[in-house]
Design a protein around this ligand. Sequence first.
Ligand code: FES
Length: 144
Amino acid sequence: MYSEKVMDHFNNPRNVGELENPSGVGTVGNAKCGDIMRMYLDIDDTGVIQDVKFKTFGCGAAVATSSMATELVKGKTIQEALEVTNKTVMEALDGLPPVKVHCSLLAEEAIHAALWDYAERNQITIEGLKKPVEDIEELEHSET
Ligand code: FES
């Protein structure tokens, strides 16, 4: 039911933890299942994501997608990181069962929330970044 890559990232999640002096932190939850995701980004002066960590109170699919998402945004520029959507993450993991697709939104939104926090701290605007939601349920409803 789960791909080998999903199982690998679930059993050995990459980049778990927190950063001491993050450039931005974002927390997003899903009220329906009660899961929560927090992302920490370390962004250097040139706008490159040097480090990323995550913590979650989430299901296995949320752990695996967040782990993969951190791998995909690490070393990328902010603009490149914005292109990492939950679809990109799911493809990189060889797919998720349909009922678990919403879990992958937590990682995407938490990265956006951390970027939003970074932009606010530095009083800049990141082109293409929309104000993140605190609860991804809002997102699911707005998409339907
Ligand atoms: Fe809540 Fe997966 S069931 S994020």
